[in-house]
Write a protein that binds this ligand. Structure first.
Ligand SMILES: Nc1nc2c(ncn2[C@@H]2O[C@H](COP(=O)(O)OP(=O)(O)OP(=O)(O)O)[C@@H](O)[C@H]2O)c(=O)[nH]1
Ligand SMILES: [Mg+2]
Length: 429
């Protein structure tokens, strides 16, 4: 499904709102809210409320009618990666944030609480933000979008993220979906394509990528007539987003002439991989999934050829094999009169945390062990130092008679020692 943003013949399933928290959360929310479509009366389909402590960071977001910015006064310098400060900042301003959220999200079908895990503001305020929305009528229409840090962001960032992930893990059965964006995965993909690019270019790319992925899922479920099988419609998309647990989205595009329906190898392995690899994160135990939905879109000519019963059946059988526990697994096929290729979108809901979280736990443990080793080394150096007594210089130099200048240097060094006696740390100079 190409040129989604340039077409005026598409519709949207759900009105999304984005409550951006901290720099990462605000950047993603802003990118989503600044999506512009050509759809009449939906040129600005999404809404964002951006909450941050840091005043300077807020300036990068331009004014838009559908974006509201709130800087938490008293915390202008940021939370400095301190979760407690981020949480305190949100709590202190909770009433006003609540008022703004109710006002801005009143007509929203679903609100994404969006935060980059690892810092102070977003990470610290995420639980409070969910509590606030739950207490104000958003219980059945909100979920979370969180980023997981990269390996090289340092121990504080990883530990902050794990701290809140532990709490989310305990509460997740009572929450809506959690969409995890694995920054390391997106970074690895990006660096392969653009090895010379900067981190800020990567972040920019990742935010656009996230916004587009979500928007496409929202469009594909509302824009076309189903031609075979089932229709995964807007209300089912909403039910899927309400499903507790992690959610993974996948996307696959084929040149339509690349597929031979009589030869499964031309499409089935790629289809399976696109679910396993996920667009934003991967490494899920798909066997645990509670729901899987597949939406396939193709040009009418291609659709007639490809969407045969046996093709749909092979897709259904693949899903059954991957996620046998899923209670709903619609496979929908659509004709797009303006489509050129075959696009397949999947959503898998009700999952546990991805393997990336295990990797972060291992990373944090390794860092702790390294720190202990390092401190151990320091201790042994200190005790070695305290047990060290400097020999007299004459003893160190060995046989004096071998050195014709020994007498002269002995006089000089004696003078030196006398002067240095004034400074207790002179031995270390
Ligand atoms: N995908 C993506 N991730 C981001 C972006 N900015 C930050 N992150 C991630 O989010 C994590 C938290 O960083 P920030 O959002 O800057 O932190 P904060 O919530 O503002 O917290 P403080 O600055 O400590 O108050 C980082 O460790 C990154 O992994 C972004 O623009 N896009
Ligand atoms: Mg910040």
């Amino acid at each position: 499904m190409r040129n989604v943003l340039l077409r005026n013949d598409l519709s949207l399933s759900l009105k999304f709102g984005f409550l951006g928290l901290g720099m990462g959360g605000c950047s993603i929310a802003y990118e989503c809210a600044t999506i512009r479509t050509q759809i009449t009366n939906s040129h600005n389909p999404y809404t964002a409320l951006l909450i941050n402590t840091n005043e300077v960071d807020m300036r990068k977001f331009k004014e838009h009618s559908n974006v509201r910015k709130m800087q938490l006064s008293g915390f202008e310098k940021g939370a400095g990666r301190d979760i407690a400060i981020g949480e305190a900042a949100f709590k202190q301003h909770r009433d006003i944030i609540q008022r703004e959220a109710i006002e801005h999200f009143a007509d929203r079908d679903f609100v994404w609480v969006t935060g980059g895990l690892g810092g102070g503001t977003g990470t610290g305020s995420i639980l409070e933000a969910i509590r606030m929305l739950y207490a104000n009528g958003f219980k059945d229409r909100c979920g979370l979008m969180i980023t997981l840090p990269r390996d090289n962001e340092g121990t504080t960032v990883i530990e902050n993220a794990l701290d809140r992930l532990q709490m989310l893990a305990k509460a997740m059965n009572n929450l809506g979906c959690i969409l995890a964006v694995d920054n390391q995965k997106l970074y690895n993909d990006f660096i392969k394509e653009q090895p010379q690019a900067s981190i800020s270019e990567y972040l920019d790319y990742s935010n656009k990528y996230i916004a587009t992925a979500l928007h496409e899922i929202n469009v594909v479920t509302a824009s076309f007539n189903p031609i075979a099988g089932y229709h995964f419609d807007s209300s089912e998309l909403l039910n899927t987003l309400k499903t507790p647990g992690l959610i993974s989205i996948g996307k696959l595009e084929f040149a339509s002439n690349a597929i031979d329906t009589a030869n499964q190898a031309t499409f089935l392995p790629d289809f399976k991989r696109s679910i396993e690899r996920g667009t934003l994160s991967d490494g899920y135990n798909l066997g645990k999934a509670a729901r899987v939905a597949v939406s396939m879109v193709a040009h009418p000519g291609t659709a007639k050829r490809i969407f045969s019963m046996s093709f749909i059946n092979s897709i259904e059988t693949t899903i059954e094999g991957l996620s046998p526990m899923a209670t709903e697994k619609p496979v929908a096929a659509y004709e797009d009169p303006k489509g050129e290729d075959l696009s397949i979108y999947t959503i898998v809901a009700g999952l546990g945390f991805p393997n990336r979280v295990n990797q972060l736990v291992t990373k944090a443990k390794e860092a702790q062990e390294k720190a202990e080793d390092f401190l151990g080394q320091e201790d042994s150096a200190l005790s070695a130092l305290s047990g060290f007594t400097r020999k007299k210089q004459s003893e160190q130099t060995g046989s004096i008679s071998d050195d014709p200048f020994a007498a002269a240097s002995e006089v000089a060094s004696t003078k030196q020692i006398k002067n240095d006696d004034l400074d207790p740390f002179s031995i270390l100079k």
